[in-house]
Design a protein around this ligand. Structure first.
Ligand SMILES: Cc1cc2nc3c(=O)[nH]c(=O)nc-3n(C[C@H](O)[C@H](O)[C@H](O)COP(=O)(O)OP(=O)(O)OC[C@H]3O[C@@H](n4cnc5c(N)ncnc54)[C@H](O)[C@@H]3O)c2cc1C
Length: 280
């Protein structure tokens, strides 16, 4: 098996590396200190094809796969884990529609993402994180409408998002088979977004609570079949975890690079510390 990158993959990685060093690294520390996502970076990254990497080309995306997305993510996270987090989250939204969207939903959502809009992925609740099947937000069906109620927490990009993918319980007794997914507009009556949550790291990536008070959505907003939401979430994890891991790899690489640079420049006992046996 050949693990070498193709020429195209090398070009993608190098474009992401150049962008990360030129556009993200210089502003990263300040954005992190100020807990601020720099909106213009989204437009710049879009211009060079480093967001919406997996959105099909026909809808304005990169048309690439999960592996290429991981290459891009690793480089962007090297410069700033937070800015990378916000830029790459739309790929998770795209994943939802790759695995479960109708042709109409795909076209609509992919075009919105490619136009620069942010989406939010609203799964986690205060008492249900790893335990996805424990979510309690409700979606009650009346005719061809679902009414959503409940709250979500730690929703990345919620302060920026124009719409959300929301997981809610359509069958209270159905366990993991009682969950469904919905596309919900940010301006839907009854939906509100809390203030950005404070974090110890990734502070340039805004995350917030999202509240649903009798938010009505049409049946056509359901993503996948009723009761299929847990499966959708698991399939999305399958596609998005390599990206998350690649982001962590980028952060680790940066830590190594910084440590080596420091060891080369910091001098003790007449020489750079990298020349001391315990370090170099
Ligand atoms: C910065 C940030 C951004 C996020 N963005 C989003 C987002 O956009 N959308 C979204 O829906 N969610 C988001 N989340 C939420 C994230 O998905 C959850 O934090 C995650 O699923 C873990 O859930 P939890 O925090 O409730 O921790 P818990 O599930 O309570 O886990 C706490 C600890 O217990 C461990 N643990 C859990 N279950 C077991 C078990 N059975 N056996 C042994 N150990 C266990 C875990 O590994 C962890 O170390 C975000 C979180 C953060 C911090």
């Amino acid at each position: 098996m050949n693990f070498e990158l193709t020429e195209e993959q090398k070009l993608i990685r190098s474009a992401a590396r150049d962008f990360a060093r030129a556009e993200i690294q210089p502003i990263a520390a300040q954005c992190d200190r100020e807990a601020r996502f720099p909106r213009t970076i989204m437009d710049k990254a879009r211009e060079v094809g480093l967001v919406n990497v997996t959105v099909p080309e026909a809808f304005g995306g990169g048309g690439l796969g999960v592996f290429e997305l991981a290459l891009v993510t690793q480089e962007l996270a090297w410069a700033c884990a937070g800015i990378n987090g916000t830029l790459s989250l739309n790929s998770v939204i795209a994943d939802v529609f790759h695995v479960a969207g109708t042709a109409q939903q795909r076209e609509q959502v992919f075009r919105r993402l490619a136009s620069g809009e942010f989406g939010g992925y609203a799964l986690t609740e205060p008492a249900a994180g790893s335990d996805v099947s424990g979510i309690t937000a409700r979606a009650v069906r009346t005719g061809d409408t679902y009414v959503l109620s409940g709250s979500k927490v730690w929703i990345s990009n919620a302060p920026l998002a124009g719409f959300f993918v929301v997981f809610a319980r359509t069958d209270p007794a159905g366990g993991h088979r009682g969950i469904s997914a919905f596309l919900v507009e940010r301006d839907a009556p009854g939906l509100s977004v809390g203030a950005p949550l404070g974090k110890l790291g990734q502070r340039a990536a805004p995350a917030a609570e999202v509240f649903f008070e009798d938010v009505a959505v049409p049946e056509s907003a359901r993503i996948g079949d009723e009761g299929e939401g847990f499966l959708v979430a698991m399939k999305v994890f399958d596609r998005s975890r390599p990206m998350v891991a690649a982001g962590a790899l980028g952060v680790m690489q940066r830590a190594i690079d910084e440590a080596i640079e420091y060891a080369r420049t910091r001098r003790t006992m007449g020489k750079p510390i990298i020349e001391h046996q315990a370090i170099g």
